[in-house]
Design a protein around this ligand. Structure first.
Ligand code: BTN
Length: 264
């Protein structure tokens, strides 16, 4: 670690902050810090992760010092059954920050909290609880300046720099994301989920369309994406009616087909 910023107790998100050139996972370090009492808004960031964690047990890889990799300690005054609302508030905050940064309306949310630009993933988020505490960790990975992607991600992922054809300042972007996140979470804590859910649904990719849903147990289900409820659970219209899901991976029908055509 080479930087520790400290300020007094009630300060904005991003303070205090620990930055590591290399670490295993910022979520893991933020978890240790949360157990030692890190306040809401404390951030652990890194230039490179050797064991970055993705959703559903996947790994998250990013080249050295090209992207944003950071975790925010949260202490939401919410019951655990409402933690899906934090996911929604975070997705809206990050999508707004990225849309502003690249001045584009082509930014969408893919349930639960992937952020897409022109249909390709630029950001993933991982929300974890910290056992024995009231803390949550929100890990955020944004593809900022990455130019090269592995073949298997060629049509699925991109970076902000590939979209804008410019290099972006990672620190400026992180400050934007943290400011939006703080504002949205304060709104959630004070006013509830209604307005945030409304914005979330407005930006939701695939609403009303046919989707495939891969469940954590590897089963797949299909149906029409009917929305997301107040707890952040996915609502899918299936043969037997509307079913809600807490976790899974959505594939949007025909989504990558047009990209294949564009790129080949
Ligand atoms: C996903 O889309 O699967 C979620 C990816 C979350 C990646 C971020 S990078 C910073 C933080 N530290 C981790 O180990 N994971 C999250």
């Amino acid at each position: 670690m080479y930087l520790v910023f400290k300020k007094s107790m009630s300060v904005s998100f991003g303070t205090p902050r620990q930055h590591y050139p290399v670490c295993a996972s910022t979520n893991t370090l933020a978890g240790d810090w949360a157990r030692q009492g890190a306040p809401e808004g404390a951030v652990v960031s890194a230039d490179y992760q050797s064991a970055g964690k993705g959703r559903l047990g996947r790994i998250w890889e990013a080249p050295m010092a090209e992207n944003l990799l950071f975790s925010v300690v949260l202490r939401p005054p919410l019951l655990q059954e409402h933690y899906g609302q934090v996911v929604m508030a975070a997705a809206v905050a990050v999508s707004e920050a990225l849309a502003e940064a690249i001045q584009s309306e082509q930014v969408q949310i893919k349930w639960p909290n992937d952020i897409l630009v022109a249909g390709q993933k630029v950001c993933g988020m991982l929300l974890e609880t910290v056992s024995g505490t009231d803390a949550l960790l929100l890990g955020i990975g944004v593809n900022v300046n990455q130019q090269l992607f592995p073949d298997e991600l060629r049509h699925k992922a991109t970076s902000l720099a590939r979209f804008t054809k410019t290099t972006l300042d990672r620190e400026v972007l992180m400050a934007k994301v943290l400011a939006k996140l703080e504002a949205n979470l304060n709104h959630l804590y004070q006013c509830g989920i209604a307005a945030i859910r409304h914005t979330y649904l407005h930006h939701l990719a695939g609403l009303g369309e046919h989707i495939c849903l891969q469940l954590p147990n590897d089963e797949t289900n299909q149906g029409f994406l009917a929305g997301v409820n107040e707890q952040g659970h996915l609502m899918v219209m299936e043969k037997g009616g509307i079913r809600t899901y807490v976790a899974g991976e959505v594939s949007l029908a025909g989504f990558y087909a047009h990209l294949d055509k564009d790129h080949d």
